[in-house]
Write a protein of this length. Structure first.
Length: 232
């Protein structure tokens, strides 16, 4: 794991560093601390990271000013802040978790486990996915999302208007973010069940999901029974 902490209070930054190092131990390849947004964003431009721990109030700088751009990145963002009144908005923009200050080791571990343990999903009321486009960041409403297709280290967002947008996060990372209404039907597809019409069984034990727009997506054999039960 490559982790960046953006926190201006040295005592809290060191505490986060200690707890993070203890949790990831030998799986930690790099851990950096920046005490301002400017330094943190410069670090992100120059170094790939997997997790960002971000405070929202840094020497008067408002971390919300950069939230759209950081959640559009390939990494997960965990907010660590005393500004709990902004938690709902942070989740809506697509942060993985919001750890309120003061925090303890157990609460921070819960956030990390959402990344490291497969299958853990918490209803976090995400409303948008931020995508980078032509040097800018635009917000995609989750309600406009038809399905998600894996594209290597990226993901394709297939929208109800027929357009496709590329997201910097992998399919696995988006699966951790999206609400439980999104179902992993195949190693390459995430689909909200409300857009599904029915399952089609074809010769040779091949399964497809017919969507309400007429598209058919493959269903992995190992996922067929669980998906069938959820659609009954």
């Amino acid at each position: 794991m490559r982790i960046l902490i953006i926190e201006d209070e040295a005592r809290i930054a060191k505490r986060l560093e200690r707890m993070t190092s203890k949790f990831f131990e030998h799986n930690l390849s790099s851990l950096a601390i920046c005490d301002s947004l400017t330094k943190g964003l410069n670090y992100i431009d120059q170094h790939p990271i997997d997790i960002l721990l971000l405070d929202l109030n840094l020497n008067g700088e408002d971390g919300f000013n950069v939230l759209e751009s950081v959640v559009a990145g390939s990494f997960h963002t965990i907010i660590v802040s005393a500004n709990t009144d902004k938690a709902i908005t942070a989740f809506a923009y697509g942060v993985l978790d919001f750890v309120p200050k003061p925090f303890d080791e157990h609460r921070l571990e819960l956030a990390f486990k959402r990344i490291t343990i497969s299958g853990i999903k918490i209803e976090n009321d995400i409303k948008f996915l931020a995508v980078k486009k032509a040097g800018n960041v635009c917000l995609i409403d989750i309600q406009d999302l038809f399905y998600v297709k894996g594209a290597g280290i990226y993901s394709e967002l297939h929208l109800k208007n027929g357009k496709t947008e590329l997201h910097d996060k992998s399919l696995e990372k988006l699966e951790q973010l999206l609400a439980t209404s999104f179902e992993r039907i195949h190693k390459s597809y995430l689909v909200p069940l409300q857009v599904a019409e029915r399952i089609i069984v074809q010769p040779g034990s091949r399964y497809h999901l017919l969507l309400k727009n007429g598209e058919m997506l493959p269903i992995g054999r190992s996922r067929y029974k669980e998906l069938k039960n959820k659609m009954i």
